[in-house]
Design a protein around this ligand. Structure first.
Ligand SMILES: *[C@@H]1O[C@H](CO)[C@@H](O)[C@H](O)[C@H]1NC(C)=O
Ligand SMILES: *[C@@H]1O[C@H](CO)[C@@H](O)[C@H](O)[C@H]1NC(C)=O
Ligand SMILES: *[C@@H]1O[C@H](CO)[C@@H](O)[C@H](O)[C@H]1NC(C)=O
Ligand SMILES: *[C@@H]1O[C@H](CO)[C@@H](O)[C@H](O)[C@H]1NC(C)=O
Ligand SMILES: [Cu+2]
Length: 601
């Protein structure tokens, strides 16, 4: 009988072993230009991992790239397994070229739609991304077939190339690189043959790097049943709006009438783009095929969509978690973050949280926890530029984020999902709206708040989220627009460090080896010192612009903005080079327009 007790868990949870050689492959995702994308075992698009609750996942990864890599499993709580979470400099050292590394974790009782992606710089924009699905034994709804779908944005240049021009003093407004295309299932012009009178469970992930997308099928509705892995009360919508990294599971009921095919479009949110290149196709047209004999509907440009007025109203707060989790009590700990984009002394625009751009520590913060003994609860040791906050066991944590920037930012928390309590936005770039605890329209919280792991803070607006610190670990909280993450838009939560030391003290051999191979320390404070309170030599952000520079600076910035637009435009053009005739005339017209606008001010 005793024997049986041992055998049961082994029977119930399966191990899935993957051997992944990560290397570049030459492919043509959008049909317009070949480029190197990051493939697994010489294939791109990447495989979907599909497993069940409580399964074990073991990934033996070999880095055949010419650059560092790492892998994050987006949305997984990694309870008791913080070291498998993946972000470099937070829970592990980067994996150098030629190095082997093993991720080994149990998915526990989580289920739903997740994804994996590189957590090294903006590398997942080069294709190192795929779906990660944890299936349930039962669903609370009926469906006939399950289908996956990803959307994303696509650049023709390697992200490291783009990053050089983006983080440059010739781009002092921090204008984000404009993608060349939107992708649908990692390609374009997709035809999806469907059966009539069938209910599809469609798992959708936005694996893009930057731009949010609208998804819409002509004359069809979606019934949303899951949001970022959280089951919700079924809710019917006529379109979806997805920031990068967000997921939805929807039910799609097909018609009985098979005499027509329909457009299935994904549309880049043009509000996020600093300018609109003439030849950028905001709309990607794909097709729901009822009948292969019938013709395909024509591609429609953006302004021809009848539903367009409705699009901006998409509000995810209407999705109520099925488990009816009530609003968490008043917080034990509140983290107030004011965020703005600023030009620092090197002329580059950085993203600052309370004045600090996240700058990676010299020792991954998890390893600082593990090597610091009693000092682990002292915020100082994690560095003065890592925006680190210590959380106590089981406390209710509230994060208030005020966005002093006209951009929209999808924020993601590792190791948790969170309740979304309140949000606001402002059209007026000069007057951002901060969260005001005395304003009842800001503090009327829902009884059953939306729960997700990636949420958008609106232009010049705020958001308030809450979660319980019940998952000891070092967790990154950052904007998922990777251009912004590279600018420093991140904080680190050091959650219950004493418990991490007690229960997660062993660093896997392959993880230790990664540090050795790249000559990084795996002991010491953020500066790599074993004298934990001495931060001499730590990485810090560049110095601010000198005092008195501001007026002159402004003029320079205006002039430079022209360069900026030129810079961003030329990245875009370079990416499109082989495709269209030169339209530099257009650019000159644009520059003139900007100059004129500026003169009028
Ligand atoms: C999609 O269609 C456009 C326009 O016909 C074409 O230029 C492009 O190569 C196609 N892309 C793919 C991946 O089929
Ligand atoms: C790889 O990581 C090491 C250690 O942090 C760093 O010094 C190096 O610059 C990284 N390489 C690239 C290409 O980012
Ligand atoms: C997307 O690609 C996956 C993997 O190849 C495939 O199973 C799925 O059917 C595709 N989805 C659509 C909507 O075409
Ligand atoms: C809210 O009201 C209190 C009491 O009147 C006041 O002390 C506080 O400054 C107010 N807070 C804000 C953000 O206006
Ligand atoms: Cu952002």
């Amino acid at each position: 009988m005793i024997f049986l007790f041992f055998i049961i868990p082994i029977v119930l949870c399966q191990s899935h072993i993957f051997n992944w050689n990560v290397s570049y492959v030459n492919v043509n995702p959008d049909g317009l230009q070949e480029r190197l994308m990051i493939g697994i075992n010489n294939e791109w698009p990447l495989p979907t991992i599909k497993i069940k609750t409580n399964d074990q996942v073991i990934i033996h990864l070999h880095n055949s790239l010419d650059t560092n890599t790492s892998l994050h499993f987006h949305g997984l709580f990694m309870k008791g397994q913080n070291g498998q979470d993946g972000p470099e400099y937070i829970t592990q050292c980067p994996i150098a070229p030629g190095v082997n590394f093993t991720y080994n974790f149990n998915v526990g009782n989580q289920s739903g739609t997740y994804w994996y992606h590189s957590h090294s710089g903006s590398q997942y924009g080069d294709g190192f991304r795929g779906l990660f699905i944890i299936e349930d034994d039962t669903y609370d709804f009926d469906y006939d077939e399950e289908v996956t779908l990803s959307v994303g944005d696509h650049y023709h240049l390697q992200s490291t190339e783009i990053m050089k021009s983006f983080l440059s003093r010739y781009n002092p407004t921090g204008a984000e690189p404009i993608p060349q295309n939107g992708l649908f299932n990692e390609t374009r012009n997709v035809t999806w043959e469907i059966k009539p009178d069938t209910t599809y469970m469609l798992r959708i992930v936005n694996m893009g790097l930057f731009v949010s997308q609208y998804l819409y099928i002509e004359d069809h509705n979606f019934v949303v049943v899951e949001v970022d892995g959280v089951k919700v009360e079924p809710y019917e919508v006529d379109h979806l709006y997805m920031t990068v990294a967000q997921r939805y599971v929807v039910l799609l009921k097909t018609k009985s009438n098979m005499d027509k095919n329909y457009r299935f479009v994904n549309i880049l949110d043009q509000d996020m783009l600093d300018f609109l290149p003439e030849d950028l196709q905001i709309v990607s047209t794909n097709y729901l095929i009822y009948n292969k004999e019938e013709s395909l509907p024509k591609h429609l440009p953006y302004d021809k969509f009848s539903l367009i007025e409705q699009f901006p109203t998409f509000d995810d707060s209407k999705f109520k978690p099925l488990n009816k989790m009530i609003l968490l009590p008043d917080p034990d700990y509140t983290i107030l973050l004011n965020f703005s984009m600023e030009v620092l002394g090197d002329g580059v625009t950085y993203a600052l949280f309370n004045g600090k751009a996240f700058t990676p520590p010299k020792v991954p913060s998890l390893y600082t926890v593990l090597s610091s003994g009693e000092l682990a609860t002292n915020e100082i040791i994690y560095g003065s530029n890592t925006n680190s906050f210590i959380l106590q066991n089981d406390e209710v944590v509230e994060i208030i984020l005020n966005n002093h920037d006209p951009g929209k930012h999808p924020f993601h928390l590792h190791g948790h999902n969170f309740q979304v309590l309140s949000r606001g936005s402002s059209e007026d770039d000069e007057n951002p709206i901060d969260f005001d605890p005395n304003n009842s329209s800001h503090t009327t919280y829902p009884e059953y708040p939306l729960i997700r792991d990636t949420v958008e803070v609106d232009s010049n607006g705020f958001m308030v989220i809450r979660f319980q610190a019940n998952n000891p670990g070092v967790w990154f909280f950052h904007c998922h627009v990777d251009w912004h993450l590279e600018q420093g838009l991140a904080i680190t939560l050091i959650e219950n460090p004493e418990e991490i030391q007690k229960t997660q003290s062993k660093i896997d051999d392959s993880h230790l080896n990664a540090c050795k191979e790249i000559h990084m320390g795996y002991e010491g404070n953020a500066a790599g010192n074993m004298e934990f309170l001495n931060l001499e030599g730590e990485n810090v952000q560049v110095k601010p612009l000198p005092d008195g520079f501001t007026t002159k600076g402004h003029i320079a910035i205006v002039l430079c903005s022209l360069f900026a637009i030129y810079g961003i435009w030329s990245i875009y053009r370079y990416g499109m080079e082989d495709v269209n005739e030169d339209n530099s005339k257009l650019l000159i017209e644009k520059l003139k327009l900007i100059l004129r606008e500026h003169d009028n001010k």
